[in-house]
Design a protein around this ligand. Sequence first.
Ligand code: MLT
Length: 265
Amino acid sequence: MKTRVMGRWVGYDESGAGKSLVLIHGFPLNRLIWKAQWDGLADVAHVIAPDLRGFGESPMVEGNIVIDTYADDVREFLDARGIHEPAVICGLSMGGYIALAYQRRYPAHVAALILANTRAGPDTPEGKAGRDRNIALVKEKGASAIVEVMLPKLLAPKTFERNLALVEQVKRIMESASAAGIMAALAAMRDRPDSIPTLLEFSTPTLIIAGADDQLIPLSEAEEMKQAARNGTLVVIPEAGHLTPMEQPDAFNHAVREFLQGLRG
Ligand code: MLT
């Protein structure tokens, strides 16, 4: 479904009732990566998943877009939906960068964080150069060029062998991203600040989820976040790559369910 927020359209899905669990997707994806979560966690939370601007059903809104812009978009969306109380903010990869920005900007609205397949540190100089190459690639060849670059890295080798339906689904999700949305997100990720100080500063309960076979973000990044987080738990999901909620939905949902239940106690 879609709603109007500050004059722009935002695509989203929601299910369940109780404490809000906000799911922020990664790059270059959309809210459909969370289908198994809005189906599987509705009995323990009010699950709500927006599309970021330029992805899924949220059209691109041009401007000076930095990682904070997406965090502000999420806050405005939640405000428009009447969600003012602290929520559990869960982000995958780029969604994790946004969740950490949200923690910095809206600490009073955060009950807990879930950081999946992400990192807290900034891009390295090589990483930044890679972003610039990808921006140039999309400018020259269009959005589909990024699908070819990203797809081989998004899933675990075993997922490619065993779950072709999932590979196709991820490909379709990526193919729906707009070129403008992709280029803006690449620049915002390139320029994002170091969020290790954010983990050191706040004592927010934080669940860190990693895929044992993540080819994009190595396990060491999750371990570094666990070290920095003042109140962090690390769960490593076997036989999962960069898209743990899709590749191992039961294990992902189990980890989130236990974490949410622990928050109540
Ligand atoms: C993502 O999955 O959101 C991105 O690949 C993260 C990144 O490129 O840093």
